[in-house]
Design a binder for this molecule. Structure first.
Ligand code: 87F
Length: 504
C-alpha cells in the first residue's frame, strides 16, 4: 500500500497521505468486510493455493499470547509437550472406522516421492489420535504408567472443499492437540471439564469473547468420542454460532482398537479411558468477527502485541525536539511498567494516516502528544474500541492511568460483546416461533426431545430457506425445564434446553 499513486479528480495524490479505510461495512457486507479486515490489518496474506494463508506477525503474536497462557496452565495439570510426525500411515488412520468415515473426504495424501509412486500412501495429519495411540500402547503397561497426558503444538491439514475463510476454515491451521489416557473413567470426565474451563478463559479473559459451555448433539459428536464438550461463540452480525474449541471424552473407543490395555492395581487386565482436546487459530478469526468495526481490527489489550502507540504531533514552528523527547520518555515509562508501548516516529506520514493505520491494526490506545499538550502538561489519549478521546495529566500517575484504562477496555469489550450476544438469543417454545426467530437471525434456545432424527429433520427443513440450522450445543447451564414442556420440533416431551442456529 505504501506510496501507491491514485488519481483523484485530476490531481495525483499519494494514497499514503489519506486515511486507509475499508471498502466494506461490517453491518452491510459482513463476509467481504471480514475478508478485507484480515488482510488490511496485516493479520494474513493470501497464498498461491486456495484455502491456505500466510500468518503475518500480528496474527502470530496473538497466537503466542494464547499459547503462553494455555501452555503454562496445562503444565500445572502435569500435561507434557511432545511432537509426533505430520505423516500417518493409511492403515493407522483407518483403524477407528467411526472416526475415519466421518472425515475421510478431507484427508490430504502424499502419494509420490520424486517420480516414483510411494508403496504406502501417507496422509497429512488431520488430527493425531491414530498417530499417537499406536505408541500409547507401547508406553502403557501398568497402572503406574497412567495417567499419560500429552500435548503437541503443531499444524493440521484438512482439505475441505467449499468456501475457505481465513482462520475460520482454512486447509492448514495451527492448534494444540491434547491426548490423555487414564485408569478410570472419572478422571477422564474431570479432565474434559478442566480443559474446557481453560478454553472458556482463553475466549472470555483473553479475547473478551463470551462463550457458552455445552455438549454437542449426537450428530456433531466426534465419531471417535462418547461425548464432545464445546465452547460456542456467536457472531451477532450473521446470527451464526461457531465452535470455539472442544474436549472429547473418547471413552474406550480408540483404546479397544489400539489395544490400550494395562495391568490395574489388583493385577487385572484393564483398558484405559481417553480424552482428546484442541483449540486452533480459529480463535483469532472469532475475535476479529466479534470486535472488529468499520475502521478495522479492535484488539483486546491482553492479546494486543502493541497496547499503546505513542504519536508525536509536531507543529512547524514549535519545538519539535521537545515533543519527540516527551514521546520517547512516555514510551519508556510505559514499557518499564510492562505495558507494550511503541513510538511511531515516522516523520514522513501525517497524523491522520498514522492514526488510521493503528486503528486498522486494532491497537487499544493511542497517545498523541503535541506542543500544546506540552504547554498544558497533558497527553491526548484515544481509545480504539469506542473512539473516546481525553486529556490525561502527564505526571507520575500517567502509567497507572493507562494501566487502568487498558483493564477497563478489556472488561468493557467483554461486556459489550456479552450484551450483543444476549440480545441475539431468543427463547422459543414452538415451531412458528422458531422460524420467526431464525428470520431475525437469532440464536435460538429451545426445549428439545434429544432425538437425532428430529435434529436431522430440522436441518433438512431449514436447508433451502436460510442455510441449514443445527444444534450448537446443549448448555451445561440449563434453564429450568417445566413439567410437560414439549419439544419445539417434534411435540414429544422435551428432555433439555438446546441452542440452535446456523453455524460456521
Ligand atoms: C478431518 C479429517 C480427518 C476433525 C477431521 O477436536 C480427521 C478429522 O479427527 C478429525 N476433522 N477431526 C476430529 C478431531 C478430534 C480432536 N482431536 C484432537 C479435536 C481436538 C484435538
Amino acid at each position: 500500500m505504501a506510496g501507491t499513486e491514485v488519481e483523484n479528480g485530476g490531481n495525483k495524490e499519494l494514497k499514503e497521505e489519506t486515511s486507509l479505510g475499508l471498502t466494506y461495512r461490517k453491518a452491510e457486507n459482513f463476509d467481504e468486510w471480514y475478508s478485507e479486515v484480515v488482510v488490511s490489518a496485516e493479520l494474513i496474506e493470501h497464498y498461491d493455493i486456495s484455502g491456505l494463508y500466510i500468518l503475518r506477525p500480528l496474527a502470530v503474536e496473538i497466537w503466542e499470547t494464547l499459547q503462553a497462557f494455555f501452555d503454562s496452565e496445562i503444565k500445572k495439570m502435569k500435561v507434557e509437550n511432545c511432537y509426533f510426525p505430520t505423516f500417518v500411515l493409511e492403515s493407522h488412520l483407518k483403524k477407528e472406522e467411526d472416526h475415519y468415515n466421518g472425515f475421510s473426504q478431507e484427508v490430504a495424501w502424499v502419494t509420490k516421492s520424486g517420480k516414483s509412486d510411494l508403496e504406502t500412501h501417507l496422509a497429512l495429519r488431520p488430527s493425531s489420535e491414530t498417530i499417537m495411540y499406536s505408541y500409547f500402547s507401547k508406553w502403557i503397561r501398568g497402572h503406574r504408567d497412567l495417567p499419560l497426558k500429552l500435548n503437541q503444538w503443531c499444524n493440521a491439514v484438512r482439505w475441505a472443499v467449499g468456501d475457505p475463510t481465513p482462520f475460520i476454515r482454512s486447509r492448514e491451521f495451527l492448534w494444540q492437540e491434547g491426548h490423555s489416557a487414564f485408569a478410570t473413567e472419572d478422571e477422564a470426565h474431570a479432565e474434559a471439564l478442566e480443559i474446557l474451563e481453560l478454553y472458556r478463559r482463553i475466549y472470555e479473559e483473553y479475547l473478551a469473547v463470551p462463550v457458552i459451555k455445552g455438549t454437542k448433539s449426537e450428530v456433531d459428536t466426534f465419531g471417535g468420542a462418547i461425548y464432545t464438550n464445546t465452547v460456542e461463540a456467536f457472531i451477532p452480525n450473521t446470527g451464526c454460532g461457531i465452535q470455539g474449541a472442544t474436549t472429547h471424552c473418547l471413552g474406550q473407543k480408540f483404546a479397544s482398537k489400539f489395544e490400550l490395555n494395562f495391568e490395574d492395581k489388583k493385577g487385572d487386565k484393564a483398558m484405559v479411558w481417553q480424552n482428546s482436546w484442541g483449540y486452533s487459530t480459529r480463535t483469532i478469526g472469532v475475535t476479529v468477527m466479534v470486535h472488529g468495526d468499520d475502521k478495522g481490527l479492535v484488539l483486546p489489550p491482553k492479546v494486543a502485541s502493541t497496547q499503546v502507540i505513542v504519536i508525536p504531533v509536531p507543529y512547524k514552528d514549535a519545538d519539535t525536539q521537545e515533543v519527540y523527547d516527551t514521546c520517547k520518555t512516555t514510551v519508556n515509562m510505559l514499557c518499564e511498567a510492562k505495558i507494550r508501548a511503541e513510538l511511531d516516529s515516522r516523520d514522513y506520514l501525517s497524523l491522520e494516516r498514522k492514526s488510521s493505520e493503528w486503528e486498522m491494526k486494532g491497537v487499544p490506545l493511542r497517545i498523541e502528544i503535541g506542543s500544546n499538550d506540552l504547554a498544558d502538561e497533558q497527553v491526548c489519549v484515544v481509545q480504539r474500541h469506542n473512539g473516546a478521546k481525553m486529556g490525561i495529566a502527564a505526571n507520575a500517575d500517567l502509567v497507572e492511568e493507562i494501566k487502568k484504562m487498558l483493564n477497563n477496555i478489556q472488561q468493557n469489550m467483554f461486556d459489550v460483546a456479552k450484551r450483543k450476544q444476549d440480545e441475539c438469543i431468543q427463547v422459543i417454545q414452538t415451531w412458528d416461533e422458531f422460524v420467526e426467530a431464525l428470520h431475525q437471525r437469532k440464536i435460538i434456545l429451545a426445549p428439545w426431545c434429544d432425538d437425532k432424527v428430529v435434529e436431522l429433520d430440522v436441518k433438512e427443513k431449514t436447508e433451502n430457506e436460510m442455510g441449514a440450522v443445527k444444534i450448537l450445543c446443549s448448555p451445561f447451564d440449563q434453564p429450568k425445564l417445566l413439567e410437560g414442556t414439549k419439544c419445539f420440533a417434534s411435540g414429544k416431551p422435551a428432555k433439555k434446553w438446546t441452542y440452535w442456529g446456523r453455524s460456521y
